[in-house]
Design a protein around this ligand. Structure first.
Ligand code: NAD
Ligand code: DAU
Length: 328
């Protein structure tokens, strides 16, 4: 199969591209290379890289030539950045998704939109299914929900062969260290403070990135057009437990933990039922304990990947967001 993977130079997209190339697919990546998209993520992956935004209709049309399907990972993905500066979220998720859908409609190819459990909002008890109402809380999740609705409208109105996969919290190699797990791992390895928002008892459903990538591939091959598939991980865990496990894996103690001001509108708990995609034959393989140990080892061993990040613009982001210098 020939695939166009939008946002394929980011964390999950690059893991997906690697997996698909290993399975024998031909892959073209279209990526704007924002701060989160890096050529390094695709090192050793035999694919073509087109540097362009999904909102660039001409570039999209060119990259789409001859492909059998499009998988769209391209997004702004950090909730805290969406709170500070929502512009790019609206542009990429609304306009970008629309441009892609128009091109896909013209080319009549299959389309998978990679979405998130955050579109359902927070749940105190129980678990979200695909028919749960959308109740997003942040500019990130609201614009992702808007993109999902647009995708569904193309199926209903034009018969576009479009599917949606909603994932839970991913972790693993190549994740930009603004997200909880890589940020805490790198800070712990450096002996820096671990900034926990509020009481740290927010719960997330963790999925190892290779499992999520495989789930998307499975829905691409076996899913039905017009359907939504939740792809969640096998383990739920409060943030304080995640941080405790990272301290243990890096040989540090709790004195590094620092409770900081909570995220505005912070969702308390996400929980996702994945029965529908499991019924298609997909299962997550990696439990949190094993995946986290692998992830810590990967960051420990791949200093050349994160050193340029920790010494570049990221330092300014960190200082602005956490009100303290990295390493200070
Ligand atoms: P990421 O931030 O690591 O990567 C995003 C990629 O998209 C980057 O390579 C970036 O350069 C590219 N991009 C951004 N705007 C673009 C544009 N306008 N045109 C083309 N490329 C653009 O994100 P990620 O964590 O890999 O997430 C990928 C997708 O999965 C997103 O759609 C996200 O909403 C979804 N998702 C993420 C998680 C998670 O836990 N990380 C969970 C569920 C769903
Ligand atoms: O649920 C899927 C979503 O998971 C994806 O759609 C998003 O793209 C992805 O960023 C992620 O969103 P979260 O907000 O859950 O992830 P984040 O890593 O930012 O935060 C995870 C939890 O950790 C959350 O409760 C906030 C908390 N946190 C995060 C950071 C960065 C802290 O306590 N301290 C921090 O410094």
């Amino acid at each position: 199969m020939k695939l166009l993977v939008c946002g394929g130079a980011g964390f999950i997209g690059s893991n997906f591209a690697r997996q698909r190339v290993e399975r024998g697919d031909q892959v073209v990546v279209l990526d704007k290379l924002t701060y989160a998209g890096r050529r390094e993520n695709l090192e050793g992956v035999d694919c073509e890289l087109v540097v362009a935004g999904i909102e660039d209709a001409e570039a999209v049309r060119g990259a789409l030539a001859g492909v059998d399907a499009v998988v769209n990972f391209a997004a702004e993905t950090h909730v805290d950045r969406s709170i500070a500066q929502p512009d790019a979220f609206v542009q990429t998720h609304a306009v970008g998704t629309w441009v892609l859908l128009e091109a896909v409609r013209e080319a009549s190819v299959r389309y998978v939109q990679v979405s998130t459990d955050e579109v359902y909002g927070s749940i105190e008890e129980g678990t979200f299914t695909e028919s749960s109402p959308l109740a997003p809380s942040s500019p990130y999740s609201a614009t992702k929900a808007g993109a999902d609705l647009l995708v569904s409208s193309y199926f209903h109105t034009y018969g576009t062969e479009a599917l949606i996969c909603r994932g839970s919290n991913n972790y693993g190699p190549f994740q930009y260290p603004e997200k909880l797990i890589p940020l805490m791992v790198l800070n712990a390895l450096h002996g820096d403070a671990l900034p926990v928002y509020g009481d740290g008892m927010q719960v997330r459903n963790w999925i190892y990135v290779e499992d999520f990538a495989a789930g998307i591939g499975h829905a691409l091959e076996h899913g039905a057009p017009g359907e939504v598939y939740n792809v969640g991980g096998p383990d739920e865990c409060p943030n304080m437990e995640v941080v405790g496990r990272i301290l243990a894996l890096t040989g540090r103690d709790e004195s590094l933990i620092e409770h900081v001001t909570d995220r505005p509108g912070h969702d308390r708990r996400y929980s996702l039922s994945s029965e529908k995609v499991r019924a298609l034959g997909w299962e997550p393989r990696v439990r949190f304990e094993e995946g986290l140990a692998r992830t810590v080892d990967w960051y420990r061993e791949n200093t050349a990947w994160w050193e340029p990040i920790r010494s570049g613009d990221y330092r300014a982001y960190y200082e602005r967001h956490y009100g303290r210098a990295l390493g200070g």
